[in-house]
Write a protein that binds this ligand. Structure first.
Ligand SMILES: Cc1cc2nc3c(=O)[nH]c(=O)nc-3n(C[C@H](O)[C@H](O)[C@H](O)COP(=O)(O)OP(=O)(O)OC[C@H]3O[C@@H](n4cnc5c(N)ncnc54)[C@H](O)[C@@H]3O)c2cc1C
Length: 412
């Protein structure tokens, strides 16, 4: 089932999944039961494409889950949502990881062009023709559905790196080009985690018995995975990514938006509702840049979800605020759009480290420099990111206090 890139669909999926977000999620979430044609999976939420595009926000998901379940029963699901916030905060403090990924990916793509053997191995992997059944099924499922179960992502990345011995950055790129939830932080850091680069020296080795056990509920029965590497060493790298201090924008006050302003909606913040703006914009600008995920072709589902989310978000914001919209196309100067509308200020939902920031920042930088851009950052991100200094544990132990601090209690 292909999800609709609308807030309405996100809220409907959240409501449908809520009964399963408690103990049932904790007990069953590790099973990859395969995609269903007419309904979502029953053991995981599949909310990730909507969360990535900001059609729904983490605070409202957490509040809904806490309204339906006790904090204890919902502990696992809540922790997973915090993994997403943790990865974002971690990458904000180590943006060089993303920059080096981009450089390394481009180098690996170029190396493949020069090496026919490598090209063949890569093509077999992304087309699902390696002869390792589970891997081949997931490669084709990813391209066909734009989604993979978390466990499948872990096994797939592990087989890619340790059995097929392909460059991890090519695998991360393959994911970003097809995942509707493709996210610079979760994807890059999860691939690095599997490789043994995130938690240095601790890698994830896929095992055939584990794959068979957790794929037993797939319509075609358990998946096989023969001849997997079982004693590979973790990857290493010369760099040591030191942490740079966070420089987060303060909460926006009504006075910051007292003059007419444009609201920017982008790949990671495509809807106004989770932004809780203190004033109405005079113009809504939409900028979707899914093609910036990779120099290679981005899959139709990933492209379509991002562009659909921004286009739909623009229309809904225009209706809510009674204002015009303008599409900011790639290569077009933002200043010209603002000048045409007679607006000089812009409210920009925080652009986390990743391709959307890379694609938009050159045009936004001058507006930031002369104080005409106001950055919007949600309270939960602002409160959580400082805890994402090293391992997830730093965030995990603060979850209860973070929820309380941000008023996410589950009661209306
Ligand atoms: C190699 C690899 C690559 C990944 N790439 C991405 C990616 O590009 N984008 C992405 O959103 N997630 C990524 N993940 C994390 C995770 O697999 C997905 O978030 C999850 O499978 C989404 O499905 P769901 O919404 O049904 O999750 P649920 O299990 O229902 O979890 C609810 C939400 O919590 C968050 N979440 C759950 N598990 C994780 C996790 N391990 N890390 C971070 N957030 C999590 C997601 O926002 C998810 O929607 C990756 C994991 C691996 C191992």
């Amino acid at each position: 089932m292909t999800p609709e890139p609308t807030r309405e669909a996100a809220l409907a999926r959240l409501a449908a999944f809520l009964p399963a977000a408690g103990r049932r999620y904790a007990e069953t979430r590790n099973a990859d039961d395969g995609p269903r044609d007419n309904a979502g999976r029953s053991n995981v939420s599949e909310l990730s494409p909507w969360l990535h595009t900001g059609l729904i926000g983490e605070p409202e998901v957490l509040a809904a889950v806490l309204a339906a379940h006790s904090p204890r029963a919902a502990e696992k699901f809540i922790a997973e949502v915090f993994w997403r916030i943790y990865f974002k905060g971690y990458l904000e403090q180590r943006p060089a990881i993303w920059a080096d990924y981009v450089t390394g990916r481009d180098g690996a793509l170029a190396a493949m062009e020069r090496n026919a053997g490598l090209r063949t191995a890569y093509t077999q992997a992304v087309e699902g023709r390696t002869g390792i059944e589970a891997f081949d099924v997931w490669a084709q499922e990813l391209a066909r559905t734009g989604y993979l179960h978390n466990h499948a992502r872990m096994w797939f990345a592990s087989i890619w790196i340790f059995t097929l011995k392909l460059d991890w950055r090519l695998g991360a790129d393959f994911f970003l080009r097809h995942l509707m939830d493709g996210d610079a932080a979760s994807n890059t850091l999860s691939w690095r985690w599997v490789a043994g680069l995130h938690t240095k020296g601790k890698h994830y080795l896929a095992r055939a018995d584990n794959i068979a056990r957790y794929t037993a509920g797939r319509p075609g029965g358990p998946l096989t995975a023969e001849r997997l590497a079982d004693d590979a060493d973790p990857l290493t790298e010369p760099q040591d990514y030191g942490r740079q201090p966070l420089d987060l924008p303060r909460p926006v006050l009504p006075a910051d938006l007292a003059q007419p302003f444009a609201l920017l909606l982008h790949d990671e913040a495509a809807h106004h509702a989770p932004l809780a703006l203190p004033a109405a914009p005079a113009l809504v600008i939409g900028a979707a840049r899914p093609e910036a995920r990779s120099p290679a072709a981005v899959g139709a589902l990933a492209q379509g979800f991002a562009t659909g989310a921004v286009a739909g978000g623009m229309a809904e914001a225009a209706a809510a605020f009674g204002c015009p919209t303008a599409e900011w196309c790639s290569g077009e100067p933002l200043a010209a759009l603002l000048a045409q509308a007679g607006v000089s200020r812009i409210a920009v939902p925080y652009l986390p480290t990743g391709w959307t920031r890379d694609a938009l920042r050159a045009d936004l930088a001058p507006l930031e420099a002369d104080g005409r851009a106001v950055t919007l950052l949600g309270d939960l991100d602002r409160a959580t990111w400082p805890h994402a200094k090293a391992g997830f544990f730093g965030v995990a132990k603060a979850i209860d206090s973070l929820l309380a601090e941000c008023g996410i209690t589950g009661s209306a």
